[in-house]
Ligand binder design. Sequence first.
Ligand code: OAD
Length: 234
Amino acid sequence: MAKYRSIVILTGAGISAESGVPTFRGPDGLWEGHRVEDVATPEAFARDPALVQQFYNQRRAGLARVAPNPAHVALARLDAAFDGELLIVTQNVDDLHERGGARRLLHMHGELNKAWCLACDARSGWTADLDDDSRCPSCGRAGHLRPDIVWFGEMPYGMETIEAALARCDLFVSIGTSGNVYPAAGFISTVRYHGRAHSLELNLEPSGGTGWFREARHGPASQLVPAWVDEVLD
Ligand code: OAD
């Protein structure tokens, strides 16, 4: 445990795959049947809000049918036991990290269980379907709520916090992400630029950025992550 003082963990869809949440770019990928620009851009929402709301309503409803897997639980165990600095940055919009027990967590691509009011700018917890009649719990106006999801062309959340943590960390671990989507795909470059940290990829297969990591282990997250957490806490 004394080996590391500051850890940043980046997670992607692969950590939730064994919970039954489809990944984006796998054979059963979420985007199949939907072009990204039809459901995950501000332009799509302006053009066809009902389609976009329905797409995210289905994803939100799907959360009730999935549960955290041993990888989420292991990261929560690390979060509870590690007394150094820790930041789990997830690209996932599901709530499996928090249901697994993680606390030091940042959802850089937003959350399915939140709604954003375009009238008053408030973000509110939201677990039901969203539609044109949905009323903002903060300002009370109907028809202005959208999913609090970061769409393509929008700025991810918490970038200042993340960049500062990446610059300070002595260990960066990337779990279950294909390394296709920036800025998350560039975090390993930031870590390498600052030069000090060990970096580890845990993924089913080599990601696009595998070569940048000092160490890589390949296999299912439900096995790799608990084993790695055991090593760190040993
Ligand atoms: P991807 O679907 O691109 O990549 C998932 C990665 O997880 C792949 O490299 C798989 O090999 C790996 N994987 C699959 N099953 C696994 C398992 N059981 N254990 C370990 N790894 C496994 O998903 P992301 O990289 O998360 O953005 O995608 C990044 C972003 O692209 C998403 O956050 C989303 C999407 O556009 C937004 O919605 C804004």
